[in-house]
Design a protein around this ligand. Structure first.
Ligand SMILES: Cc1ncc(C[n+]2csc(CCOP(=O)(O)OP(=O)(O)O)c2C)c(N)n1
Length: 376
């Protein structure tokens, strides 16, 4: 295993002192090191991975120094366009060091949403023409790889990728997510109240990470089955548009989107479409804990944005911020009086159960059950 402190020192020795990206559970220790040791303007967590490529490009234009961009391999899709039409040597030729967490590595057990991405990661880099190495877990070898990467980046003035396997980094500090108790509700309690107070005919579309896992367990607890829920286990940031697609087709059915703040911010433009198309049966709920809790608790800008003002400006007919249990209960009790689309910014604590399970159904089973329920 690599010592993340030594890894970051080697990066520094090779001239890398600016970082941006979207966190990943596989890079949790690395992200934690950056959070603890760098000033906020040297480690910028971006809404999505494409933004990080653009930010690193701006940084290079201003300083002539390449930056590091980190991401989970599922983020590669979000940066294909800026990698091919901005950083590529045939366009502006911008040197960037990519650190890519390899979820779904063939031969290793992982969740269904990572399997395909794990298989094609190297192929994607090949197609993009980005040279890469798989980071060794031997310190001396890894140092050599980083030195070589830095040399190639400087010479070619273009991106180079270091692909990182699971369990490459040893523990840094206690590496547990900061648990904040700023707000009264936990995310799980908020979901529980929403599930139990919204009419049983409503369908749910939940976002990737622990939101979907908690929703799944809550349905078990109430013996409701899982056919009302489309669990968007991958496709971070897209659940509100899936919900929109359903709401526009099934106007007599209430459609609830359970979103995360990180996911909402990742593709916030979708809010404009919801507001403009204005389906009255859509309820869009952001469970806002101000961080990416599912992958280690790295901060989002969720507490620094007035989501309700954005939703109103986009054209949602109702938008409200909920900070307490009482406020949530009273809003849900009067749900029928609120004209949709409804937007709720529900503030929740950073907390989740250690024994939280994972969906036992496959994504295809989930899709089939859901379509049958929606079709009724
Ligand atoms: C495109 C993409 N980038 C990164 C990830 C890794 N990832 C999975 S869940 C998650 C955090 C989600 O944060 P948020 O939506 O705020 O929900 P929370 O975990 O706090 O409930 C991230 C970054 C991903 N799945 N897809």
């Amino acid at each position: 295993m690599l010592d993340v402190v030594l890894f970051c020192e080697t990066l520094k020795k090779n001239g890398f002192d600016s970082f941006s990206g979207v966190p990943d559970s596989l890079l949790k220790e690395f992200c934690l090191y950056l959070k603890v040791n760098l000033p906020p303007d040297r480690n910028i967590i971006t809404p999505n991975e494409g933004n990080a490529i653009a930010l690193a490009s701006g940084c290079y234009l201003a300083t002539g120094k390449p930056s590091v961009v980190y991401m989970q391999n599922s983020g590669l899709g979000n940066c294909v366009n800026p990698l091919t039409s901005l950083a590529d040597p045939k366009v502006y030729s911008i040197p960037i060091l990519l650190l890519i967490g390899w979820r779904g590595e063939p031969g290793k057990k992982d969740e269904p949403q990572h399997v395909k991405q794990g298989e094609i990661t190297m192929g994607q880099l090949d197609v993009l023409g980005i040279p890469y190495c798989v980071l060794s877990d031997d310190q001396a070898e890894a140092d050599g790889q980083l030195e070589k990467a830095a040399g190639m980046i400087h010479e070619s003035k273009s991106p180079y990728a270091v692909v990182i396997r699971s369990d490459t980094f040893g523990k840094y500090l206690l590496s547990k997510a900061d648990t904040s108790v700023e707000y009264e509700l936990t995310r799980e309690e908020a979901i529980d109240l929403i599930v139990s107070m919204i009419d049983e005919s409503a369908v749910f579309v939940s976002s990737t990470g622990k939101i979907s896992r908690e929703l799944y367990e809550i349905r078990d607890k109430y013996g409701m089955g899982h056919s009302r829920d489309f669990l968007t286990v991958g496709s971070m940031g897209h659940s509100s548009q899936i919900a929109l697609g359903i709401a526009l087709q099934k106007k007599n059915r209430r459609v609830v989107c359970l979103d995360g703040d990180g996911a909402f911010i990742m593709h916030m433009g979708g809010a404009g479409l919801i507001g403009n198309l204005s389906p009255e049966n859509l309820i869009h709920i952001v469970l806002n804990n101000g961080c990416h809790e599912s992958v280690g608790g790295q901060p989002t800008i969720g507490f620094g944005i007035d989501f309700t003002a954005i939703a109103s400006a986009c054209g949602y007919n109702t938008s409200a911020r909920i900070e307490t249990r009482k406020e949530l209960i009273s809003f849900l009790k009067e749900m029928k009086e609120h004209k949709g689309p409804v937007f709720l910014d529900v503030r929740v604590n950073v907390s989740s159960r250690d024994n939280l399970g994972r969906p036992r159904t496959t994504p295809i089973e989930n899709k089939n059950d859901f379509m049958e329920f929606v079709g009724k």
